[in-house]
Design a protein around this ligand. Structure first.
Ligand SMILES: O=C(CO)COP(=O)(O)O
Length: 124
């Protein structure tokens, strides 16, 4: 199962903590991680395998949205920073819409991401 992880700069430290806390789930054999570029670099630094897309502002969110639309990415954990603005806001909104269109679980904050992963741990 392919899961996408994305974190805005203001949430990257929280994302790294989250990844460390959930390493035992994320390292399961049938889970494949993808991430936007800079986020992916941080995930790799923790020692977890991840496929890196482009950085968010360069189209990484759009690439992930395409994978959701194609049925490849089955869950999106998005550590969104609601207190900063982003030049690629249209891409971010597009990703959120595409998840809704395809009924793909999308977390936009850490608490939801945690619940999704715990739910997943029950079934994988
Ligand atoms: O901007 C992002 C998501 O909208 C994240 O991109 P990076 O992981 O490359 O910082």
């Amino acid at each position: 199962m392919e899961i996408a992880i994305i974190a805005h700069d203001g949430k990257k430290a929280d994302m790294v903590q989250f990844i460390n806390k959930n390493k035992h789930i994320l390292e399961k054999e049938n889970i494949k991680l993808i991430a936007t570029g800079t986020t992916g670099g941080k995930v790799e630094a923790v020692g977890i395998k991840v496929k890196k897309m482009l950085s968010g502002p360069l189209g990484g969110d759009a690439q992930i949205a395409a994978r959701v639309a194609e049925g490849k990415t089955k869950m999106v954990l998005f550590f969104k920073d609601p207190n900063s603005s982003h030049p690629h806001e249209p891409d971010i909104n597009m990703l959120i819409r595409i998840c809704d269109v395809h009924n793909v679980p999308l977390a936009t904050n850490e608490a939801t991401a945690q619940l999704l992963l715990l739910g997943l741990d029950e079934v994988v």
